[in-house]
Design a protein. Structure first.
Length: 198
């Protein structure tokens, strides 16, 4: 067995365990941190598949931005975990059906890889997965890419509008008002006659 295969099994096992901890942990912050661990393991698997750009993108975008925002929201809101768990048994049959479909898809993919398709072809000398990803993304999936960008823009605006609150007890400075200030408005010179002690 090759060393890369051993690494794949280690990262895959850690990914499955951290994914299970995401959905079974009682604390939402712990679930979010296990999700960060799952993202790191998925990035390591992509590095083994020579998809370095996707691995770095997963770490930078999901771990660096999305999970920080998610942790901020989880810590800011007071989430009632018991109320969320009320509909667990009602939604369990649908979840089992969806999970069974996903397991069947993975089984058929692995079946085709093991018994149908031979080993991975060697890549050309000047091959760049970043260039290939960009070519496919901006030609075949250009409209889907633009729709995803609009959805992300709406999500950013929604996140800002949810967290922006104006409170009366806070003091803030208005830079435009400071720039418009004049000396006459700030300092008043008063002419007073001198007093002489007699």
């Amino acid at each position: 067995m090759e060393f890369t295969t051993v690494l794949f099994y280690i990262f895959a096992l850690l990914l499955v365990v951290s994914g299970l901890k995401v959905i079974t942990s009682r604390n939402p912050v712990s679930s979010a941190l296990f999700l960060v661990l799952a993202f790191f393991n998925a990035a390591a698997i992509w590095m083994l598949l020579e998809a370095e750009f996707l691995a770095i993108l997963l770490v930078l975008v999901y771990v660096g931005a999305v999970m920080v925002l998610f942790l901020f929201v989880v810590m800011m809101l007071d989430i009632n975990v018991e109320r969320i768990r009320e509909g667990f048994w009602r939604n369990l049959p649908l979840a089992l059906v969806v999970g069974g479909i996903m397991v069947a898809e993975m089984f058929f993919i692995l079946w085709g890889r093991i018994w149908g398709v031979s080993a991975q072809k060697p890549l050309a000398a000047g091959y760049s997965n970043t260039r290939e990803l960009g070519r496919v993304l901006y030609t075949d999936y250009a409209y889907a890419f633009e729709i995803a960008a609009v959805i992300l823009l709406v999500a950013i605006i929604a996140a800002i509008s949810l967290t922006l609150r104006k409170r009366k007890d806070t003091r803030h400075q208005d830079p435009a008002e400071q720039v418009r200030a004049r000396r006459e408005d700030r300092v008043k010179l008063v002419s007073m006659p001198a007093e002489v002690d007699k």
